[in-house]
Design a protein around this ligand. Structure first.
Ligand code: PLP
Length: 426
């Protein structure tokens, strides 16, 4: 297909007329579709329903160490849950704390504790004039919302196909002691589905931050969320790399079973060095008498081990893969060669990230909405909701049923074409 930019004004205007007629047909359908929600479909939730049957009134509810899980106690998680989640995120079982139902909550807590009480004895961030975080972009809006909530200044770091721009990360972190953290989704990143290369992970581990309380916030949300059985990304284990590089305390690794079992009713965890875990436990002992051990037990008895999780995730993949492929096929068929957008083909995770021509994302999302399709708001993938290029749009294929997803994607590409023609003719 001939690139739009190489077409004459007349050609573009004729095409615009045709596309507008198509768009009006979509409007007449009165659609009400949603491609914004990065959550599993009901079909995926059904995969985990067996978990509801593993505990009942006749079940032995003691954990392996003989503790009654119906009662208070065991603040950092039952041993078998530690082992399961440690295997999941490839860390030793004595370097993990099991939390409640949400890893985002653990991340929020980690920032909140650093604000009020500092990190391992350093000055609480709230007493400093300035605290800054590096934010690889595009990224996860809820990460950015946490740092914005605490008044932490956010600095954009562009993503590359290998992970964040490490030249920039190394330079900023070593020069500015106000930089206290960086948000990372290292595997099947939200929204691009990028997995950090070995070199990127090693460069992270070898950082020489000016701030002794600088921490890498390593959010392993999509660790086992592959789309294919035989073509999966792998990643170096960051805790081990940090230890090898003489920076054992520099990273917090977050994880949960949210998109493995039930979002909002999963099990979350943090892994870090012994020094960090000691620091965290001081706060935890004030905060709670213990998290939901019955849910921990339920997860362990259902999955049994890492192999159990892996085969379970292949059932998710069987539902997700055709949806990703349907969206990617439409993008390819309709947009390839037009030079009005680009996208990556992720091998896992929950999203497809679309980059429109500069200055078009907001208008595309608005146009889709006018015809009844809700996309993630343009700008959401950037700190403060401000995409400096107004170009990135996050597509979430998981939630809608297939027929709706296909219809929504067809409308989306139509909106991309219409808005791009206007932009080129400007
Ligand atoms: N981290 C990332 C990168 C996510 O995309 C999500 C959910 O979409 C979460 C964390 C939320 O995790 P949880 O349900 O464990 O709070």
């Amino acid at each position: 297909m001939k690139a739009y930019k190489d077409r004459s004004k007349e050609e573009l205007l004729t095409l615009k007329n045709e596309l507008e007629a198509e768009y009006r047909k979509f409007q007449d359908l009165g659609l009400k579709l949603d491609m914004s929600r990065g959550k599993p479909s009901a079909e995926q939730l059904d995969i985990s329903m067996g978990m509801m049957d593993v505990l009942n009134s006749t079940t032995d509810l003691k954990c392996r160490e003989g503790i009654d899980c119906r009662n208070y106690g065991v603040i950092d998680g039952i041993q078998e849950a530690k082992e399961l989640l440690a295997d999941l995120i490839e860390v030793p079982a004595d370097k993990i704390i099991i939390y409640g139902n949400s890893s985002l909550n653990v991340m929020y807590d980690t920032v909140a504790r650093s604000m009020t009480h500092g990190v391992m004895g350093s000055t609480p961030w709230c007493k400093l004039d300035k605290v800054k975080f590096l934010c690889p972009v595009p990224g996860y809006d809820r990460h950015f919302a946490i740092t914005e909530y605490f008044g932490i200044e956010m600095i954009n770091v562009p993503m590359t196909p290998e992970g964040p721009d490490m030249d920039m990360v190394e330079k900023l972190v070593s020069e500015d002691a106000a930089i206290k953290g960086i948000w990372c989704v290292p595997k099947y990143s939200n929204p691009q589905g990028i997995t950090y290369s070995d070199e990127t992970v090693r460069r992270f581990a070898r950082l020489k931050p000016a701030a002794e309380d600088f921490r890498i916030y390593w959010d392993n949300a999509y660790n086992v969320h592959h789309l294919y059985e035989d073509d999966q990304d792998t990643i170096l284990e960051i805790l081990e790399e940090c230890e090898k590089a003489g920076n054992p305390d520099m990273v917090y690794k977050f994880s949960s079973t949210s998109k493995i079992s039930f979002p909002g009713s999963g099990v979350a965890a943090i892994s870090a060095s012994y020094n960090n875990l000691k620091d965290i436990k001081k706060q935890m002992a004030i905060q709670t008498i213990g998290h939901d051990k019955l849910n921990q037990l339920r997860h362990v008895r259902y999955f049994k081990n890492l192999d159990g999780i892996k085969s379970h995730m292949m059932k998710h993949a069987a539902v997700m893969r055709p949806k990703f492929e349907a969206v990617l096929n439409i993008l390819e068929q309709e947009l390839d060669g037009l030079e009005i957008g680009s996208w990556l083909k992720p091998k896992g995770g929950y999203f497809i990230s679309f980059d429109a021509l500069d200055g078009c994302a907001r208008a595309i999302v608005a146009k889709a909405k006018e015809a009844g399709v809700v996309m993630t708001s343009a700008g959401a993938t950037y700190p403060y909701g401000r995409d400096p290029h107004d170009s990135n749009i996050r597509i979430a294929p998981s939630f809608p049923p297939m027929d709706e997803l296909i219809q929504a994607t067809k409308l989306f590409v139509l909106c991309v074409k219409l808005v791009s023609i206007d932009k080129i003719l400007e």
